[in-house]
Design a protein around this ligand. Structure first.
Ligand code: PGA
Length: 267
């Protein structure tokens, strides 16, 4: 179902309005990270209206922060379930990230939700982590999306709404200013199968409508909703032409020089 025209015409108003996120996942030796940073640093100027944020592996975040051009923000791929410092072996808290100058994190990526051989995170955990990050002063790319069976069963928005509801439960209305939603159909992630512009637009519009009905019309108008799932230089222009797509979260292609073309498609 489409959101009403007043909302859809408003949605491109926040500034910086357009957004490209990269997600390097568990990729990159020290040398490879350096060469990816070199490629991005050598790319020409990005549009002043574009925000570029790259999520990198925990061990490389400090080096990325030190070496990436200042108009690319560095993002953690996950954030601690508990706040602060202490006896939490293996965790990286939002406070610790902020102390190191990292102001963004992903939460709820499907590889953390459905796991890769380990039991994954529930929507409730994703909500708590999102709130921890916002409370520490971070901004969050909160990821949601359905599995292939959900899409085939026609329950895409039911699944997305359940994931959004858990984030809503954890956040105050004003916290949504710090949240960007990444809609990433799980069946499109890393598969080379991209959602069609029609499929993506329909779900983005449904997500915006959910925000209008469940948070507020202002939050619906201002929240950037990114598409993720096999986004490439070849398909980004037709996806970005969709009214409710405010940018991308890019995995595989963010490790290649074509990422610069994807960033530039969001001008
Ligand atoms: P992909 O990954 O672009 O390789 O499909 C997207 C993501 O996982 O964020």
């Amino acid at each position: 179902m489409r959101v009403d025209l007043a909302l859809t015409t408003l949605h491109r108003s926040p500034s910086p309005n357009h957004y490209t996120g990269g997600n390097w996942k568990c990729n990159g030796t020290v040398a490879q990270i350096k060469s990816m940073v070199d490629v991005l640093n050598a790319a020409g100027p990005f549009s002043a209206n574009s925000e570029v944020v790259i999520a990198g592996p925990a061990i490389h975040l400090a080096a990325m922060k030190k070496t990436l051009r200042p108009d690319i923000a560095v993002c953690a791929e996950d954030v601690g379930f508990k706040k602060g410092y202490g006896a939490m072996t293996g965790e990286m808290s939002a406070e610790m990230l902020v102390d190191s100058g990292i102001k963004w994190t992903l939460t709820g990526h499907s590889e953390r939700r459905v796991g890769f051989g380990f039991p994954g995170e529930t929507s409730e955990v994703v909500g708590i982590k999102t709130k921890n990050a916002v409370d520490a002063g971070m901004s969050v790319m909160a990821c949601i999306g359905e599995m292939l069976a959900d899409r085939q069963n026609g329950t895409t928005m039911k699944v997305c709404a359940e994931q959004l509801e858990a984030i809503k439960k954890a956040l105050k209305t004003e916290d949504w200013k710090k949240v960007v939603i990444a809609y990433e159909p799980v069946w499109a992630i890393g598969t080379g199968v991209t959602a069609t512009p029609k499929q993506a637009q329909e779900t983005h519009a449904d997500i915006r409508k959910w925000l209008a009905q469940n948070i507020s019309p202002a939050v619906a108008a201002e929240t950037r909703i990114l598409y993720g799932g096999s986004a490439t230089a070849a398909n980004c222009n037709e996806l970005y032409a969709c009214n409710d797509i405010n940018g991308f979260l890019v995995g595989g292609a963010s490790l290649k020089a074509e990422f610069v073309s994807i960033i530039n498609s969001t001008k």
